[in-house]
Design a protein around this ligand. Structure first.
Ligand SMILES: Cc1cc2nc3c(=O)[nH]c(=O)nc-3n(C[C@H](O)[C@H](O)[C@H](O)COP(=O)(O)OP(=O)(O)OC[C@H]3O[C@@H](n4cnc5c(N)ncnc54)[C@H](O)[C@@H]3O)c2cc1C
Length: 588
């Protein structure tokens, strides 16, 4: 192990840590990882905050606790909107306490959000695009998919998935926040600042913060708990939840091969080279392959992550002439957990504090990113007085539904991979056997239902048939340069975006003008081939993709929220559009 190389955040390689990462093994958090890191991560400085320098208790509109992928996405989104916030993280780097290689698969929805925030290009440059997945049972391929061939992935400017180590995205977000702060200081990033105490007061919260230069207190109107699965806020707020933990155990080996396997997601339900247990195989950035091996139930993490044991396992899969370097090893277990409410008093729960899911299907980090995206524009609208407090309740309505769905879906996969009852074992055997012979049987094979943008079917803020994510489709500006929906969303800020399809009567145009003058909404006319613009703000949708993505065939307008979700569509310019606008902003 001493000769292994490690990836740095800048993409070059530096000498490895010693083999000691394998000696210190502990189940440390909800995901339970080896301590120590095989990757070299950036370090951010501690800067004494005004509270320490002036000895006063500061009051802030928004305090984000936790600078993981969720907290950083929220911070970046607020910085992009110029909304003031403080971010507190107990560490001085990205990644979580040695668990530096966790999430790897990022969905189209997450990539669209990152595009809006200005970090997509960095992710695309560093990461690996993939779309083909194959599942094997023994030596037989029982299931395969190509996301590119599936209609729902096609319209967006972003690919279906990119694989990249989670810490890279976190590092890019930190960089981006610094860039945004340079033009308009908004988010105060406070590293090595651990929240150790909490008090819910009347309409605000008081936090105790521990730093290398002493402790201080600060107050916040809104506290965003993004401290991950071991949050102290659950106890502080007496949050109630459903939680279960199984005996399934896994061990990650991040390796670099001399001979590259294919750039496809391969999963084995019953791998002959892993004693009939499951294995995952994916390529990430820096030519590093993530291989996840399912271990025996209750396997000892110290034993399964020993270097000689890891090498032996790799040899069983890749042959005795295996030529690879081991970059990082991490044994893990998982739990499945979902809060009953995502807001308690001043505190909002997001990412892994809202729910914890098994990693199958890449639903943990991706849904944390969507939590942040859902909340950011609502917070901005509320703190700017453009929407009432009530709007924040829709975060709970929408993201709780998403959390429950993700917990349910990933739990089903976990039970398929580690059946808990004789009936589940029988179902799995029957599914595999059917899948080998019949196409319909393949649908029963469940090695992870990949994350999607959750629909908000129960949201009071969206029309019944809406609440779906609108893909980041392309169009042309009138000047023939290309644009995409995200450009329009960035242009409208935390205002809603009214897409007006085709030519309109003078009455309708008058009504649209009045709406945009009196309500937080911006309008754009969307023109099909041959249609003439009637207003200055218009785009050419000759392919019809924008209309299609809004599910607006035969409709005159579509109302899209700043998080790219569809509030609703309609045909007439009567009270319907106003009512929907009021609903979307909780004004009614
Ligand atoms: C093996 C594995 C594979 C996975 N693969 C994927 C995948 O492919 N795609 C995907 O989307 N997800 C994946 N996940 C899940 C994903 O890693 C998590 O869902 C994600 O890290 C959650 O992000 P978070 O920001 O909510 O919390 P965390 O990443 O846990 O971040 C919490 C942050 O809070 C800070 N903190 C904690 N306590 C305090 C405190 N008291 N004061 C101040 N700061 C504090 C920590 O330093 C940390 O920075 C995987 C998980 C595992 C285990």
């Amino acid at each position: 192990m001493a000769n292994a190389s490690t990836a740095t955040i800048t993409g070059s390689t530096t000498p490895a840590h010693s083999g000691s990462q394998f000696a210190q093994v502990a189940f440390t958090n909800g995901y339970e990882f080896t301590q120590g890191s095989g990757y070299v991560l950036p370090e951010y400085p501690f800067v004494p905050p005004p509270e320490l320098q002036q000895g006063q208790v500061g009051r802030h509109p928004i305090v984000i606790v936790g600078g993981g992928i969720t907290g950083l996405t929220l911070a970046c989104s607020l910085a992009a909107r110029g909304v003031k916030a403080v971010l507190l993280d107990e560490d001085n780097t990205v990644g979580v306490k040695g668990a530096s290689s966790r999430g790897i698969c990022y969905t189209q929805k997450s990539l669209e959000i990152f595009h809006r925030l200005g970090v997509f290009e960095r992710i695309a440059q560093k990461g690996i695009e993939w779309s083909v997945g194959r599942t094997f049972a023994g030596d037989d391929e029982v299931f395969s998919f190509d996301l590119k061939a599936q209609g729902h992935a096609r319209l967006s400017q972003q690919p279906a998935f990119i694989n990249i180590q989670q810490f890279y995205i976190e590092g890019f977000l930190v960089e981006r926040i610094a860039e945004l702060n340079a033009s308009q200081p908004s988010v105060d990033m406070r590293w090595q600042s651990r929240v150790t105490g909490f008090e819910q007061c009347d309409g605000f919260a008081r936090l105790q913060v521990n730093t290398p230069q002493g402790d201080y207190a600060l107050e916040a109107n809104y506290v965003m708990d993004a401290t991950g699965s071991h949050t102290p806020f659950h106890a502080w707020c007496q949050a109630t939840m459903d939680s279960r933990r199984g005996d399934d155990r896994w061990c990650i080996a991040d390796v670099r091969f001399r001979n590259r396997p294919p750039v496809e997601r391969h999963t084995w339900i019953e791998a002959p080279f892993n004693e009939g247990r499951a294995v995952w195989q994916h390529l990430m950035a820096d030519e590093v392959w993530r291989i996840d091996y399912q271990m025996e139930p209750h396997a000892d993490p110290a034993y399964v992550s020993r270097e000689d044991v890891v090498r032996e396992r790799l040899k069983r899969q890749f042959g005795d002439d295996l030529d690879c370097e081991i970059v990082w090893v991490g044994p893990y277990a998982y739990k499945s957990q979902c809060l009953h409410r995502l807001r308690i008093g001043s505190v909002f729960f997001m990412g892994d504090t809202a729910k914890v899911v098994s990693p199958f299907g890449a639903r943990g980090g991706n849904t944390g990113i969507s939590d942040a995206d859902n909340l950011a524009w609502k917070l901005a609208a509320v703190v700017r007085g453009q929407a009432p407090e009530q709007l924040l309740q829709t975060y709970d309505d929408e993201r709780l539904q998403a959390a429950q769905e993700n917990v349910m879906v990933t739990h089903r996969t976990a039970r398929f991979l580690r059946p808990g009852t004789p009936q589940e074992s029988l179902f799995r055997r029957a599914s595999i056997s059917l899948a080998k012979r019949h196409p319909f049987g393949r649908l029963l094979v469940n090695t992870g239902r990949m994350a999607v943008a959750n629909a908000y079917t129960r949201s009071p803020a969206c029309a019944p048939s809406a609440g779906v994510s609108v893909q980041n489709v392309g169009f042309q500006w009138s000047k023939a340069s290309r644009g995409c929906l995200n450009d329009l969303l960035n242009w409208s800020g935390e205002h809603l975006l009214l897409l007006v399809f085709g030519p309109q009567t003078p009455d309708a145009l008058q009504r649209i003008r009045s709406l945009t003058r009196h309500a937080p909404v911006r309008a754009v006319q969307v023109l099909a081939k041959g249609e003439q613009p009637q207003v200055r703000e218009h785009v050419l949708d000759h392919s019809g993709h924008l209309r299609q993505a809004c599910q607006a065939e035969g409709q005159r307008w579509a109302l899209v929220r700043p998080d790219g979700y569809l509030s609703g569509t309609g045909q007439d310019w009567g009270a319907g559009v106003v009512r929907l606008l009021e609903r979307a902003l909780a004004l009614a």
